[in-house]
Design a protein around this ligand. Sequence first.
Ligand code: HEM
Length: 149
Amino acid sequence: MRAWLGDAYPWIKSAHIVSMVAWMAGLLYLPRLYVYHSMAPIGSDRSDTFKVMERRLERGIMTPAMIATWGFGLVLAGTPEAVDWRMGWIWAKIALVVGLTAFHAALSRWRNAFGVDRNMHSTRFFRIVNELPTLALMAIVLLVVVKPF
Ligand code: HEM
C-alpha cells in the first residue's frame, strides 16, 4: 500500500490540480453570473436563462470537482511522509480550503434564493464576494509551492 501510494503520488497530485482548476473556475464564475443575474428583472427570459446556467455550473461541474479535489487532496495528505505536519503552511492551506468550501455552500444558498426569485443581495455585494476566491487561490498556491513557514 505504502509503495503503491508512493508510485501513484504524482498521478494523484495531477488529478488533484486538474479537479482544483475545475472547482476554482466555478467559484470564480458563479458569483460573476450572480452580478449579472441580480441586474435582470424577475421573471424575464434573461433571469430564467441565468437560473439554468447557474444550476448546471454548480451541479454539473463545481460540486463534483469540489468532491474530487477533497478526495485527491486527502489521499495526498494521507500518503506517509508526504507532508511535514510540523510546518505551518499545510494548516494555513487547510484553513483556506475550509473557507472555500464554506464559500461554495454560501453560493449554493444564494443560487437557491435566485431560483425562487428571492435574491436579497445587491449587485455590489456579488462584485465584492467575487474577489474572495481569487485571493484564496493566490494564497493557497503560494503556500503549497513556496511553503514559506
Ligand atoms: C480540498 C482539500 C485539499 C487537501 C486536503 C489538499 C492537500 C494537498 C496535499 C497534501 C498536497 C501535496 C503537497 C506536497 O506534495 O507538497 C497538495 C498539493 C497541491 N494542492 Fe492541495 N489540497 C486541497 C485543496 C486544494 C485547493 C482548493 C487548491 C487550490 C486552490 C490546491 C492546490 C494545490 C496545488 C497547486 C498543489 C501542488 C503543489 C506542488 O506540489 O507543487 N489544493 N494538496
